[in-house]
Ligand binder design. Structure first.
Ligand SMILES: *[C@@H]1O[C@H](CO)[C@@H](O)[C@H](O)[C@H]1NC(C)=O
Ligand SMILES: *[C@@H]1O[C@H](CO)[C@@H](O)[C@H](O)[C@H]1NC(C)=O
Ligand SMILES: *[C@@H]1O[C@H](CO)[C@@H](O)[C@H](O)[C@H]1NC(C)=O
Ligand SMILES: *[C@@H]1O[C@H](CO)[C@@H](O)[C@H](O)[C@H]1NC(C)=O
Ligand SMILES: *[C@@H]1O[C@H](CO)[C@@H](O)[C@H](O)[C@H]1NC(C)=O
Ligand SMILES: *[C@@H]1O[C@H](CO)[C@@H](O)[C@H](O)[C@H]1NC(C)=O
Length: 575
């Protein structure tokens, strides 16, 4: 993907002076000036799979309070652990398995049935929590519960099928303190050391712990487990504790996770179910074997998604509301100047405020940003065709500012619609519509941009901005991982044709100051956003080609979105 892009841009740069159609150039220019490869190691953002089960070790302001060698967990280092609260009382643990789903135990809810407190409105979920006594931890997320799905075959006497799903009213925002965990699907080896976490009491008859505790336990065979429990432990459960059958330390709350390390990440093997005392019974803890319930979990989650899709409540959000007040753009336009070594450098580019361009998405392949896209609809993203977005394998990452941290939504690409092109090179119509596999949920960090009508022309009453991620030698002072913004001046068609040649600058292109080129800003999918006075932002262009060296004079070229108005409308309405 990169190689093609690099070559594409380099070739077109050369094309300004020579022959833009010289295909033989393609193979020879792989190490062009835009070689981004490993230089840009900051731009690694993670998809769901990549972030699931990865512990965080944040700089810990509570370092002094940590019990060295003891059982208090490093704060926020088990980011899938949540506290389930009945009204405001911590009642059970749980593990985040999807943005809107927590896995826990059915007995957590059944025991409150008598008081009719087993229904969703009584419950809340606290994620990103370490110290329950501190009501305002900096990365906690408190979310209401919209539904509790207990297992219909749960049997209280034997604790059979002690697993439950809790649906949250709003999706959690994944970040360093809040992450999901995936299920352990392989056989669970005997003698494997796993970790149980929770806010359970730390000694017999002791009070609940305020800070999250962790204990290492060893997975025991069904036989040895049944020696302790007189043969009542079925294959849907397993025991873990001390191998000799001695005490295991006081464990966490019911419903909490038993997390096992695969060698690269943690996966959820068990849900704390019963027999879990504080060594009181000299018996190991018994866990619900999570993998047994894989299909049960998937069916519920999928079924719920279809339900909420059918509800037809697609709110008519406004478009183009970006750039929050506290975060003004630099008043100057981006410009290119040559250093004493003759290298092009851009000035007046600044880091954007987090989430102030809420339609800008990161297109990622294997967890790596390769282009930006622009959200225009719940289901649709526009991007340049030269980005070569791949259906089903690539991810659209939304609501992200710093690519090194978690985004609020990551959605697989369902389908890619390329505008038909007669020529493959240079593309006459460098535009692709990307369909998301599930609709993006709009919130303050995710909203679509406005699209201009087809007859709107960009005159002096508009002012424009470009935004993007990515590495460029021309803007070395800025991190490639955080979104950047710059005002961008337009270049009229006459002047643009003088630079690029009459034939290349067709009516479906727009030209802007050279600083808008990928070689200056670094992002192959950067949008050209324009507004009138303080109005909403419209997407007028997507960067297509420009100078390969970020030079002062060669205008940046953008696909003109108005030229594709009917194609975009046709596809997005029809499908
Ligand atoms: C294409 O470019 C190569 C290398 O710059 C040059 O040797 C060749 O003559 C060019 N071919 C055409 C058809 O312009
Ligand atoms: C570009 O990337 C290739 C392949 O990773 C590498 O071998 C080469 O040294 C890089 N060139 C530059 C100029 O960084
Ligand atoms: C990644 O970037 C950091 C700082 O930007 C640098 O210290 C580190 O060596 C880089 N790592 C690699 C593998 O390039
Ligand atoms: C649990 O085991 C891991 C890996 O073996 C170790 O790093 C950790 O310190 C242990 N935790 C406790 C509380 O003993
Ligand atoms: C593509 O080719 C068709 C038929 O040759 C022609 O009518 C059309 O104008 C061409 N389109 C572009 C964008 O060049
Ligand atoms: C186009 O821009 C050039 C350079 O800025 C300027 O000299 C020229 O007058 C402009 N032409 C039109 C038609 O505005």
């Amino acid at each position: 993907m990169f190689a093609f892009l690099i070559v594409y841009l380099s070739l077109l740069g050369i094309g300004a002076q020579h022959d833009a159609h010289n295909q033989t150039q393609i193979a020879n220019d792989e190490n062009g000036p835009l070689n981004r490869t490993e230089e840009d190691n900051g731009t690694i953002a993670k998809g769901f799979h990549d972030l699931a089960g990865i512990r965080s070790f944040l700089p810990d302001q509570e370092w002094k309070g940590r019990i060295i060698g003891g059982v208090e967990a490093w704060a926020h280092s088990w980011p899938w652990q949540v506290s389930l609260r009945l009204v405001t009382i911590p009642a059970c643990g749980g593990a985040i398995i999807a943005p809107q789903w927590v896995l826990s135990a059915t007995h957590c809810f059944k025991r409150f049935m008598f008081y009719r407190h087993n229904t969703a409105p009584f419950w809340t979920v606290l994620a990103g929590k370490h110290d329950l006594e501190n009501p305002n931890e900096y990365c906690q997320q408190l979310v209401g519960v919209s539904k509790i799905m207990t297992h219909k075959d749960y049997f209280g006497k034997t604790k059979m099928h002690d697993v439950a799903l809790v649906k949250l009213k709003t999706p959690l925002m994944f970040n360093q303190c809040v992450k999901p965990i995936e299920l352990w699907m392989r056989p669970i080896n005997l003698n494997k050391k796993c970790t149980v976490t929770g806010w359970g009491s730390t000694r017999e008859n002791g009070p609940q712990a305020n800070r999250l505790q962790e204990v290492n336990v060893t997975v025991l065979s069904t036989e040895s487990c049944n020696n302790f429990y007189h043969g009542i432990v079925p294959a849907t459960m397993f025991c873990a504790g001390e191998p000799e059958g001695g005490v295991d330390a006081c464990q966490g709350d019911s419903g909490g996770p038993l997390s096992c390390y695969t060698g690269s990440k943690y996966e959820l093997a068990g849900v704390v179910s019963w027999g879990v005392g504080c060594g009181r019974d000299h018996k190991p803890g018994v866990y619900t074997k999570a993998q047994v319930y894989f299909d049960w979990i998937n069916e519920i989650i999928k079924g719920e998604e279809i339900l909420s899709d059918d509800s037809g409540v697609v709110p008519q959000e406004s478009c183009g509301q970006g750039e929050i007040l506290t975060c003004r753009l630099d008043s100057g336009q981006a410009t290119v100047y040559a250093t004493s070594e003759g290298e092009g450098q851009v000035r007046s580019v600044m880091e954007a405020c987090p989430n102030s361009w809420p339609w800008q998405v990161s297109l990622q392949s294997k967890g790596r940003h390769y282009c930006s896209g622009t959200l225009i609809h719940h289901h649709w993203v526009l991007a340049p065709q030269h980005c070569h977005c791949k259906a089903t394998v690539d991810m659209v990452v939304l609501g992200v500012h710093d690519l090194r941290f978690m985004a609020s939504q990551t959605i697989p690409v369902e389908e890619v619609f390329n505008f038909p092109n007669n020529r493959t090179f240079p593309l006459t119509a460098d535009l692709t519509l990307i369909k998301l596999s599930v609709p993006a949920q709009f919130d303050t960090t995710i909203t679509p941009v406005c699209l201009p009508d087809k007859d709107v022309t960009l005159d002096d009453s508009w002012s424009c901005v470009t935004t993007g991620w990515g590495f460029s030698k021309a803007s070395p002072k800025l991190s490639g991982a955080t979104l950047r913004q710059a005002r961008l001046g337009l270049v009229n068609r006459t002047a643009c044709k003088e630079s690029w040649g009459e034939d290349l600058i067709t009516d479906n292109l727009l030209c802007a100051d050279s600083s808008g080129s990928v070689s200056c800003m670094g992002d192959s999918g950067a949008p050209l956003l324009c507004q009138k006075r303080k109005g909403v932002f419209y997407l007028f262009g997507l960067v297509t080609w420009g100078s390969p060296h970020c030079d002062v004079r060669t205008p940046a070229v953008f696909s003109q979105i108005t030229a594709y108005h009917s194609w975009i409308n046709g596809l997005t309405k029809e499908i």
